[in-house]
Design a protein around this ligand. Structure first.
Ligand SMILES: Nc1nc2c(c(=O)[nH]1)N[C@H]1C(S)=C(S)[C@@H](COP(=O)(O)O)O[C@H]1N2
Ligand SMILES: [Mo]
Length: 214
């Protein structure tokens, strides 16, 4: 992969090594709405690797493959023909900003899972994006009912900077798990650490336990 901002990546990798931003106390009971070490923002920051792929819906394809019995190739029309839902959730970014009440529209990941029919050994999911970004999570976490493949936010099509035309929304984990510009969902028997996970970020990323790094 190439084209991403090497300097920015190295800086964040160094922060992970130094344990920077580890400031709060774990709150596994969610006694507060704001996870430890986070601050609430009113705007919506944009985070990427220094490239924002342009993917017209006419050229959009989603591959669902790996350890599944029914691999899928969905074009935009097929994706939009799936049952549509709305879900409101909070964003918690590892760089310490949180944003409440994000109203997402899209298709539940459970719906995509039902289409692809993972094999019994499929315990992990790896998300692949058009900018070369990857991130990994367990199938159980990917399947939570608040996880969406979203095409809209507040009723408006997702902008390019926020991952349009379609991105994952995985609200229970730090937002680096929510891959923008998604092109492939790979099911796997074995775990494969993603872009930030191999650069010092935590493999799980629970904001309530402050699993930023490790
Ligand atoms: N494809 C891709 N997805 C990505 C990223 C990225 O660099 N590339 N950054 C992640 C990180 S670290 C965060 S916090 C969120 C940011 O989403 P936003 O820009 O819509 O706020 O996207 C995540 N998904
Ligand atoms: Mo992030």
């Amino acid at each position: 992969m190439s084209g991403f901002n090497e300097k920015l990546t190295r800086t964040k990798q160094a922060w992970a090594r130094a344990g920077r931003l580890l400031t709060g106390k774990p709150d596994p009971d969610h006694a507060m709405r704001l996870p430890p070490g986070q601050r609430l923002v009113g705007n919506w920051p944009v985070l990427d690797l220094g490239v924002q792929p342009h993917v017209p819906v006419a050229d959009w394809w989603l591959t669902i493959d790996g350890a599944v019995s029914c691999p899928q190739e969905l074009d935009w029309a097929a994706f939009m023909a799936l049952p549509q839902v709305e879900d409101v959730s909070d964003i918690h970014c590892v760089t310490q900003w949180s944003r409440y009440d994000n109203r997402w529209q899209g298709v539940r990941t459970s719906n995509l899972i039902a289409l692809a029919k993972p094999l019994p050994e499929a315990a992990h999911v790896i998300l692949h994006a058009h900018d070369g970004y990857t991130t990994n999570l367990t199938l159980a976490h990917f399947a939570e009912e608040d996880c969406l493949l979203a095409h809209s936010h507040d009723g408006e099509p997702l902008t390019r900077e926020h991952g349009g035309p379609a991105r994952l929304v995985i609200p229970r984990w730090y937002f680096w798990k929510s891959a923008k510009w998604i092109k492939r969902i790979e099911f796997s028997a074995v775990d494969k650490r993603g872009f930030w996970e191999v650069r010092g970020y935590h493999n799980v990323g629970d904001p309530w336990l402050e699993q930023r790094y490790g």
